[in-house]
Design a protein around this ligand. Structure first.
Ligand code: MRU
Length: 348
């Protein structure tokens, strides 16, 4: 059994600052950036210095913590005002991943219920955010154990985007299941979809998996159908940014077409997500899909590849309906088909 899987932490609290791996420069450079204002953290989330649903949830909670720490308020009411302002700014960064809102709500609730004075309230906000980072890794390890039996020795597993250690605080969700299968002694090969336009597959998933010594093969997004029709994919496993109560999985753009193709070719399609990704208050029609800057599409790594004047659409996420999903892996247990009916008995 391997015990040395990707031990880097994506987001951490370090001497009063939020320290995060700068994912915009991976895989060429592995550098950390420190933030001591909530505005800085919000900008990092928007620009995808930190990205991935669980990672942005923890980063945003820590963003509220730096706001609390640097507040000049001398009473609880004033401090709560500063916290609420930071929370509103952080909420406005990215609309789709529900973990962002979950993370912010949790630290704001901790602040509201803190007993004692201003100092106690600040300490409570910081310790709640730090606890969330620790919990994230434990949750992913539990989720990995739940999903590991789905993977057989010798499987070739396809994944979209990056749902790994870099998308969480550590270990990962979809890649957590793959890591858990390898820890259980199974040989797993991974097909990594490049995931245009931000290339999370080519840059980040490839970085993690190569570093961990997995056999992995990068393909262009356009090769997904052929890889399946030629029998080269045994399973698909992806992460999620939001799973609604009616069993729809919102994940990185391209996930839906991978699911349709998997269904066409009889390849099991799994999504893996912690409880913080489930939105048991909304149905799929209420979810906002983030539309990102046109530059991400008309440029490749800063260089224009299209003629000027072309219209661009850049939706960052899509919606995979429950009929295309074989099962959802959560830290609370496996949600089998029909996922839309079984979800509420597992996520409570
Ligand atoms: O735009 P991103 O890179 O933040 O999108 C990330 C994804 O879509 C991941 O698949 C998802 O957050 C799951 S992360 C465990």
């Amino acid at each position: 059994m391997r015990e040395d899987f990707f031990t880097l932490r994506t987001v951490m609290w370090d001497k009063g600052k939020v320290r995060m791996i700068d994912q915009t420069v991976l895989p060429q450079r592995l550098v950390y950036k420190d933030y001591d204002t909530w505005e800085g953290v919000a900008d990092a989330i928007r620009r995808m210095v930190v990205r991935g649903a669980p990672a942005i949830g923890v980063a945003a909670a820590m963003g509220v913590a730096v706001a609390a720490q640097s507040s000049k308020a001398d009473d609880k009411e004033g401090l709560l005002k500063d916290i609420s302002r930071a929370a509103a700014g952080l909420r406005a960064t990215r609309p789709t991943a529900v973990n962002l809102f979950w993370g912010i709500d949790r630290v704001v609730a901790a602040a509201r219920s803190a007993r004692g004075g201003v100092d106690k309230m600040v300490r409570t906000v910081i310790s709640t955010a730090v606890e969330m980072a620790e919990e994230d890794v434990e949750t992913n390890r539990r989720l990995g154990k739940v999903g590991e039996p789905l993977i057989e020795d010798g499987d070739v597993v396809m994944t979209q985007c990056n749902a790994g250690a870099l998308a969480t605080v550590g270990y990962g969700t979809a890649l957590g299941v793959i890591r858990a299968a390898a820890e259980a002694g199974k040989c797993v090969k991974v097909i990594v979809n490049e995931t245009r336009p931000a290339l999370q597959g080519a840059r980040l998933t490839a970085f993690e998996l190569v570093r961990d010594g997995f056999h992995c093969t990068l393909i262009s997004d356009t090769a997904v159908g052929y890889m399946m029709s030629s029998g080269r994919v045994d399973k698909v496993i992806v992460g999620a940014d939001r799973i609604t109560k009616d069993g729809h999985v919102f994940n990185k753009i391209g996930t839906y077409q991978v699911a349709v193709l998997a269904n066409r070719h009889g390849v099991p399609f799994y999504a893996a997500a912690p409880y913080s990704t489930f939105d048991m208050r909304r149905t799929h029609d209420k979810v906002v899909i983030e539309e990102r800057a046109a530059e991400e599409v008309f440029q490749v790594r800063g260089k224009r590849i299209t003629p000027k004047g072309i219209a661009i659409a850049n939706p960052a996420f899509d919606d995979t309906p429950p009929e295309l999903i074989s099962a959802i892996v959560s830290d609370k247990g496996l949600i089998g088909r029909p996922v839309e009916d079984n979800i509420s008995s597992v996520i409570r």
